[in-house]
Design a protein around this ligand. Sequence first.
Ligand code: URA
Length: 447
Amino acid sequence: MSLVDLILKKRDGNELTDGEIGDFVRAVKDKTMADYQISAMLMAIYFRGMSPREIATFTREMALSGETLTFPSIKDPIVDKHSSGGVGDKTSLVISPIVAACGLPIAKLSGRGLGFTGGTIDKLESIPGFRTELTSEEFTHFVEKDGIAIMGQSASIAPVDKLLYALRDVTGTVDSIPLIAGSIMSKKLADGSDAIVLDVKYGSGAFMKTTDQAVELAKVMVGIGEDNGKNTMALVTNMDQPLGSAVGNNLEVMEAVEALHGQGPEDFLLECRAIASAMLELGGKSEEPDEAEKMVREVIDSGAAFEKFKTMVKNQGGDVSFVEDPSLFPQASFVLEGHSEKGGYIAAINTEEIGKASLLLGAGRVRLEDQIDPSVGIRVFKKIGDRVREGDLLFTVHANDRTRGEAGLKKALQAYEIADHPVKGVDHPVFCRVKRQGGEEVEERVL
Ligand code: URA
């Protein structure tokens, strides 16, 4: 079948055969399919969806489009973690050293920002010198020696996802269950991990806006992981407000360093502890959630988690003095304040708009070739349920260009909704866990 016929078949709502999905993935890899044709196919998938069989085949074909990593000399299971994308989500920077300090190796492939969400790789690169492009040999060496390494998706691992990811970002085809599931799980099938904890986000700052959509995405991804022999669990977590306070690359690294010292915003610490504990459970380091949580707290309190973070920074060429003394990070030239225009209670924060405000400042990319400004972003001080008086400080905007700063300030102010009556805050960022039990994906409520 020709490439155009494949697009037409999906556009008209028909299921593609395994062979046709293989042809599509190969055509992307071999560059025999033009970007405009790939974009048309992505849009057809966006609107028509994919059956579970199509998603499973698409994911496997993307995983097989490149190299598959293995770590034969590592005896402990390698537990990976991946987020479906959020605003202010710097959890990987904190969770990875915590879990490594508890004795479970971390070999993590992370992404750059996608759409209005930030990416771990862009955040790590705000540490001067930090290298996120490692060879497979270097990556393996660091994991074997120190139990921790985080690198960007190399061209050799799930290369088709890398091409599709970049196109999705600029063609309005990010928030699709088959495309997100295929993207995340293809990398997980190829990265040598034995078990996976997925952080699937829902809310105004996530690609999945409702808990139902997020639980559906979580079930699809857990199913793919389990069918491919990887013990997989998902935590469905709240993204109706930025996680923690900082949004923007070096601001987020500074907040992550605070969290590694056991300090900083409680919602962020709670989520880091919950995900790290789930990883320790899956990796067989503890049977009970309480015991796992105790281990997590111990490595934070003893400083062992921060030491692991420093080891990773040093191994990967980063200047450790910046994480030892975060005041060394370059600061943005302008700090503009966003004040509440009236008294009341914070009823909602349109978190996607906060993400877009930070893109306006230069914290992310609007075009593929854009350079990131590591020091710009937003610090949020009031969250849902908080009481405010007229004139109270809601957030600060950190900008290197006054005009962009003012545009970001305006956008972020519009994201806040203030009610006259008391509003319930978010008690716990984790909504539920999704696991396979008795051959089926089931959700266990946390709240
Ligand atoms: N993270 C990914 O790796 N891919 C997506 O599609 C979304 C988040």
